[in-house]
Design a protein around this ligand. Structure first.
Ligand SMILES: [Ca+2]
Ligand SMILES: [Ca+2]
Ligand SMILES: [Ca+2]
Ligand SMILES: [Ca+2]
Length: 635
């Protein structure tokens, strides 16, 4: 049967030769990855070059005092940037996901250069405001540019990750001096891993029949600095900002000093989204009608909608902490929770509201079409900005992970790609490297289930060998470890599986700039027709008015209706001569909580008045285009 299936294997859409994500702080080229200084320079230069279009400000400081930059982009035409409906775009929440900030920066550049030249860009920038936060976690991102290289998803708040009362006491060490923090494997009869028979670079979980002499233990590269028999269990920092938002937060009483928005970076963004300005007498950024993120989660190519993961605190119980570090190194992400630690009952919504599903589906389909990215790997989020933005802030929220192995159909022609995936080469249902007894987090859609359930490390090796000139895997080499004896050090190079080669960044930015424009153009557009007045008797007038949503999105998502954060569409009837006029039917103030796309609502009033007097009808739709006033003379 198997041979009848079309062969599926991992293909990277933007594959290029001999490329690795590499750090380039030189900004003159306009490409490559930017460290904090280079990013700051780039943003300032853009602002200086396009002062009418861009405004750069800092929404707060990171733990180490770096500015969290916000770039506001809006065309000078039309209403003020605070009145226009806005899309918030945010990247690099996870410290190691540097690609996110590069794409946000690339989008800003693209629009700045195209405004006034490209009609679509000009038109949408004149109608909308864009808030761009390229790097929400600037401290964590700096690790990408440091040697030795080690993936660091968190920020740099000092934390005791293993509850031994010492803080940041045991970080990784580059023992073999190759500038990379990789893995150590050591023969251990109590180990959980064996070397793959076909490809000795690969490790996979032991089987019941695996001989004891073949077993290995895996550790991240380093020494046990504090003698607690755990390796690199508590390095510098930090907390993953994309786990720190106040929805579906992974709270346990053990999380001393960590609570939703405990981190300054998280709080800076939340404040920006929700703050009240006493001078303006409003929440100035209430005009945010949608959120687009670049993070490790994906609900655009990997599926659609949002399904929350089970919240688990990033720390794990003592006995598991080495495993967890290994898991992070091998899989680049945290694993699912232990069922025993699951909270008993949780009132928070965890799934896309049924009524919002078509919206998510439509956007995801358009994303695939516009970017050419048709599948992605994604775990399920918890405590993420994606969840907060939709489940609490109430706006449509999307996240693209930009770079992961994708399971695509092999091209029919072009022999280069035609090698079988590793899943065929290794016997067993779940080949590759895996946490014993657990499946890797996989994409919910986009790829056949078998490929999704199999270990991806073999696929990554395949990519390295065939598409990346063999670069990206540090070959296992012997090392005499002071505590463990003879070990081998090797494994995937840090960041390889998180950030793409730098020559893909331009195309990623271009396609995502286009997608962001599309997304912003979908927002609700509330309009009000001219009122129709009918004289019912000598002093009785009927006033009718039609309110419409001409946009592609509803005024409020179904989730937004539930959270009630977004104010309803308000319609007020004002008399020009209060003393001589009286409202006989209808309300002085009418609230319209929601209007579907292409939806309409007719409002009717009955007014007792002398003929010739006038009424004003004022509509205010904060998330639908602002204020509209209509006058009607009663005759
Ligand atoms: Ca500690
Ligand atoms: Ca320790
Ligand atoms: Ca090393
Ligand atoms: Ca230790």
């Amino acid at each position: 049967m198997r041979s009848h299936f079309k062969r599926i294997f991992a293909v990277l859409l933007f594959c290029c030769l001999c490329a690795l994500p590499s750090a380039a702080s030189d900004d003159t080229s306009g490409s490559g990855y930017h460290d904090y200084q280079a990013l700051t320079q780039s943003l300032k230069r853009l602002q200086a070059q396009y002062p009418k279009l861009l405004n750069l400000s800092s929404i707060g400081k990171s733990r180490q005092g770096r500015d969290i930059w916000l770039l506001r982009i809006s065309g000078p035409q039309g209403p003020s940037s605070l009145e226009k409906q806005a899309l918030l775009i945010c990247g690099n929440l996870e410290g190691d996901h540097v690609v996110g900030s590069e794409v946000v920066l690339g989008i800003a550049r693209d629009w700045a250069e195209s405004y006034g030249k490209d009609e679509n860009v000009t038109q949408i920038l004149d109608r909308r405001t864009f808030y761009l936060v390229p790097r929400l976690n600037p401290d964590g991102a700096e690790f990408f540019f440091k040697s030795p290289r080690t993936e660091h998803p968190g920020n740099l708040s000092p934390r005791d990750e293993d509850y031994d009362w010492a803080v940041d006491e045991d970080g990784a060490d580059d023992l073999n001096g190759d500038g990379l923090i990789t893995m150590m494997r050591v023969k251990d009869k109590e180990g959980e891993w064996v070397i793959d028979e076909e490809d000795p670079r690969l490790m996979h979980p032991k089987k019941p029949e695996s001989p004891l002499e073949s077993l290995y233990a895996l550790y991240p590269e380093g020494k046990d600095d504090d003698g607690d028999e755990r390796y690199n269990e508590d390095g510098p920092g930090g907390f993953n900002i994309n786990r720190n938002f106040p929805h579906n937060f992974g709270y346990t009483p053990k999380g001393v000093g960590v609570y939703p928005a405990s981190e300054s970076e998280t709080l800076a963004l939340l404040k920006f989204m929700t703050d009240y300005d006493s001078e303006l007498k409003t929440q100035p950024h209430k005009n945010i009608c949608g959120v687009l993120l670049f993070s490790k989660f994906d609900n655009l190519a990997a599926g659609f909608g949002i399904e929350c993961g089970k919240p688990v605190f990033p720390e794990v119980p003592k006995e598991e902490s080495v495993d967890s570090a290994v898991r992070m190194m091998m899989f680049g992400r945290e694993e699912g929770p232990d069922p025993a630690r699951r909270p008993a009952k949780d009132p928070q919504p965890k799934k896309t509201h049924k009524k919002d599903e078509p919206l998510y589906k439509e956007v995801a389909e358009k994303y695939r079409e516009m970017t050419g990215i048709s599948s992605a790997q994604s775990g399920k989020p918890f405590g993420s900005l994606l969840e907060y933005a939709y489940f609490q802030y109430g706006v449509p929220a999307f996240s693209a992970n930009l770079w992961s192995l994708r399971s695509e159909k092999a091209p029919e022609a072009g022999g280069e790609m035609k090698s079988p995936g590793k899943s065929d080469a290794i016997p067993g249902k779940n080949p590759g490297i895996q946490q014993p007894g657990r499946l890797r987090p996989t994409a919910r859609t986009g790829g056949d289930s078998e490929a999704s359930a199999s270990g991806w490390d073999g696929e990554w090796l395949d990519w390295i060998d065939k598409q990346n000139g063999g670069k990206g895997f540090a070959v296992w080499t012997e090392y005499d470890h002071p505590q463990l004896g003879m070990v081998e050090i090797g494994g995937f190079q840090p960041y390889l599986r998180v950030n793409p080669p730098e020559d893909t960044l331009e195309e990623l930015s271009r396609s995502h700039a286009e997608f962001a424009l599309y997304l912003a153009s979908r927002f609700a557009e509330i309009s009000m027709d001219a009122p129709v007045v009918t004289r019912k008797s000598s002093r009785l007038f009927e006033v009718k008015c039609m309110v419409r949503n001409n946009g592609a999105f509803p005024y409020v998502t179904a989730m937004g209706e539930r959270t009630r954060r977004i104010p309803p569409i308000l319609v007020r009837m004002n008399f020009q001569h209060d003393k001589e006029m009286e409202l006989f039917g209808g309300g002085r103030r009418v609230d319209i909580p929601n209007l579907e796309s292409k939806g309409e609502k007719e409002l009717t009033w009955l007014v007792i008045s002398e003929p010739g007097k006038a009424v004003d009808i004022v509509l205010r739709a904060r998330n639908g285009g602002g204020t509209i006033s209509r006058k009607a003379v009663l005759r």
